[in-house]
Design a protein around this ligand. Structure first.
Ligand code: AMP
Ligand code: MG
Length: 517
C-alpha cells in the first residue's frame, strides 16, 4: 500500500481527494417481526445532530454478515441474509422506525484543537432493545453529512474490512469495543491515493458518544447543552454517578476508570490504535474508530502503526499517557459543570491507580500467576519480562502463547527458541520458573490459554483478506472472522491454522497503514 504524506486532516481537506456521490430519496422497507426501533440520542434535540437523508450506495452486495451480533440484536440470520437487509444496511432504504441522523462533535487531533468535526460519514439509524440493553446501530461510510467537511462521506473496502474484523477480534479478547453486524460492498469508486471501491460497515454500541461531544459544547460555551449531554450519559450509562455529591465529577472519575481498564486491555494484547484523538475516545471506554490500528508483531514498545503519525504521538508505549491527556481534555470540557478545578483533578487521579492495577492483573494472568497478588510483589517479574521481550524484539503474541506450556520441557524449549540471547533468556527463565513452580500447573495453564490468544488480526492477515476481497473472494474474511471470534481455541480443523498463528512473512514489514480510509 502506498504511504500517505501528511496528516489525516490534510487528506480530508484536499478537494482532489474527494468524490461526491449522488443523493436520492430512499424508499421505506418493512421491518422484520419484532424489530422495534427507538432513539434515545435523538431525544437530546436538534443542537446535537442533523437528520440525515440516506445516500444510496450503487448496487450493493454482501461481503460478510456476523451471526453473533445479529443474534445479540435479535435479528434472524435469514432476514439478515435478505435483499431487504442489504438495502437497509447499505443505506439505500429506510427501515420503518429508524430516523437516521449524524451527530456533531469536536475534538483535539494530534494534540491540537481541531474545532467542529462530527459524523462525517457515519449515520445513526436508531437503537434496538436487546436483553443486554439498548444497542445503537450506525452505518459507517454511508455518505456525506453536514459534518463531512471536504470528505466524501465514504469508506473504502480495505479499511472497512479491517474495522469489521478487528472490532470482533477485540470483543473476543475481552476488550470493550463497538461491534460490527455486517459489511456491504459496492463497485462505486472512491478516490483516495488510488481509486478504490466503497463499503459500509454496520456497527453497534450502547452509545457512540465521544469525549469530543462534550468538548464541542464546552468550547462553544453552550453550558446548557453540555449539562443536558452529561445528564443523558449519567442517566443512561452511569446511573450510580447520580447519587454522588458531585455527579459530574463522579462521571469524570467513572470514565477515567473505564478508560484505564481499556488501556490495560490494549497494552496487554499489543494493540496500537493509531489515532487516539479525543473525537475517537468513547465516553463508555469502548475501542472505537478502527483506522490505522495494528497488533504488534515484534514487541517494539516505541512502535508507530500510523504512517501519518510522523511524531509518534500515538506510539504503542505512549497510549496510556495519551489516554490520560485525553481524559484531561474531557475534564477541561466538564469543568463548567464540575465547577471546582480540584474536584476535576481528583477525579482524573483515579486513572493513575486503576491503570497500573488493571495492567498488572492482566499481565499476572498472562504469566499464569494465580495466587494472591498481595502475597507476592510480581512487579519486578512483569518488568523483567517486558524488558526481555523488548531487548530482543520477540514476537508478542507467539511469546505469550508459547509461555502457556512453559512448565513442560518441550514447552520451555519452544519459548527458549524465540531468543537469540540465550543467557538473557536463562536468567529470566530461572526467575519466572521459580514463580511459576508455585502455581498449580494445570490451573495456571488453563488460565494462560484463555488469556494469551493464539490468533490476533495481524496486519498481514488483514491484508491477505483485503487482497482476496478486492478480487471478490470474501471467503478469507469469513474464515478470519470465525478464528478471531474464538482466538483462544487451537482451530486445528483449519488447514492453515499454523500459518494464521505463525510469524509474519517478510512482506508484512512493508505494509503501510495511514489515516487514509
Ligand atoms: P478520523 O480521523 O477517521 O477519526 O476522522 C476525523 C473526522 O473526519 C470525523 O469527524 C470523521 O467523521 C471525518 N471523516 C473521516 N473520513 C471522512 C470521509 N471520507 N468523509 C467525510 N468525513 C470523514
Ligand atoms: Mg473518528
Amino acid at each position: 500500500m502506498p504511504a500517505l504524506a501528511g496528516t489525516c486532516d490534510q487528506v480530508r481537506d484536499n478537494p482532489a481527494m474527494t468524490l461526491t456521490l449522488p443523493d436520492a430519496a430512499p424508499d421505506t422497507l418493512t421491518n422484520p417481526v419484532g424489530m422495534a426501533w427507538n432513539n434515545r440520542f435523538a431525544s437530546l434535540g436538534p443542537d446535537f445532530y442533523t437528520p440525515q437523508p440516506m445516500r444510496p450506495l450503487g448496487q450493493p452486495y454482501w461481503i460478510s454478515r456476523n451471526a453473533a451480533v445479529a443474534r445479540e440484536l435479535g435479528l434472524g440470520s435469514d432476514w439478515l441474509a435478505s435483499a431487504e437487509a442489504l438495502e437497509a444496511f447499505a443505506g439505500n432504504r429506510l427501515l420503518p422506525g429508524t430516523a437516521p441522523l449524524a451527530s456533531v462533535y469536536s475534538g483535539h487531533q494530534f494534540g491540537q484543537w481541531a474545532g467542529q468535526l462530527g459524523d462525517g460519514r457515519a449515520t445513526l439509524l436508531g437503537e434496538l432493545q436487546t436483553p443486554q440493553g439498548g444497542r445503537e446501530v450506525q452505518l459507517k461510510g454511508a455518505g456525506m453529512t453536514p459534518y463531512s467537511r471536504m470528505g466524501d462521506g465514504r469508506a473504502v473496502l480495505r479499511s472497512s474490512i479491517r474495522e469489521y474484523l478487528c472490532s470482533e477480534a477485540m470483543h473476543a479478547l475481552g476488550i470493550a469495543t463497538t461491534r460490527a453486524l455486517c459489511l456491504a460492498g459496492s463497485d462505486d469508486r472512491v478516490r483516495r491515493e488510488e481509486i478504490e471501491t466503497a463499503a459500509v460497515v454496520t456497527r453497534t454500541a450502547p452509545s457512540f458518544i465521544r469525549f469530543g461531544h462534550f468538548e464541542h459544547f464546552s468550547y462553544a460555551d453552550q453550558h446548557a447543552q453540555l449539562r443536558t449531554l452529561a445528564d443523558f450519559v449519567i442517566d443512561h450509562f452511569y446511573p450510580a454517578c447520580r447519587d454522588a455529591t458531585q455527579p459530574y465529577a463522579a462521571l469524570l472519575q467513572a470514565v477515567s476508570e473505564r478508560t484505564a481498564e481499556l488501556m490495560a486491555g490494549w497494552q496487554s494484547v499489543g494493540f496500537c490504535h493509531g489515532v487516539m484523538n479525543t473525537d475517537n475516545m468513547s465516553i463508555l471506554g469502548l475501542t472505537i474508530d478502527y483506522g490505522p490500528f495494528q497488533f504488534l508483531d515484534a514487541f517494539v514498545p516505541g512502535h508507530i502503526c500510523n504512517q501519518s503519525d510522523s511524531q509518534g504521538r500515538y506510539a504503542y508505549n505512549k497510549q496510556p499517557n495519551i489516554a490520560y491527556w485525553n481524559l484531561f481534555c474531557l475534564g477541561q470540557a466538564l469543568l463548567p459543570l464540575i465547577e471546582e478545578q480540584e474536584r476535576a483533578l481528583e477525579a482524573l487521579e483515579s486513572y493513575k491507580t486503576v491503570y497500573p492495577q488493571a495492567l498488572q492483573a492482566r499481565l499476572r494472568a498472562k504469566l499464569g500467576l494465580l495466587d494472591d497478588a498481595a502475597r507476592q510483589d510480581d512487579k519486578p517479574l512483569i518488568e523483567s519480562t517486558l524488558q526481555l521481550l523488548a531487548a530482543q524484539q520477540i514476537d508478542h503474541t507467539i511469546f505469550w502463547r508459547r509461555l502457556c506450556h512453559f512448565h513442560t520441557p518441550a514447552g520451555r524449549e519452544a519459548v527458549r527458541d524465540l531468543f537469540l540471547d540465550r543467557p538473557a533468556f536463562e536468567a529470566w527463565a530461572a526467575q519466572y520458573g521459580a514463580r511459576r513452580d508455585q502455581q498449580d500447573p494445570a490451573v495456571s495453564t488453563r488460565l494462560m490459554l484463555a488469556t494469551n490468544p493464539k490468533f490476533v488480526l495481524r496486519n498481514h492477515l488483514g491484508e491477505q483478506a483485503i487482497r482476496a476481497a478486492q478480487h471478490k473472494d470474501f471467503s478469507e474474511i469469513d474464515k478470519l472472522l470465525k478464528v478471531l471470534q474464538s482466538p483462544f481455541d487451537e482451530h486445528e480443523e483449519l488447514a492453515d491454522h499454523a500459518a494464521l498463528s505463525g510469524f509474519p512473512p517478510d512482506w508484512a514489514a512493508d505494509i503501510e497503514i495511514s489515516c487514509s480510509s
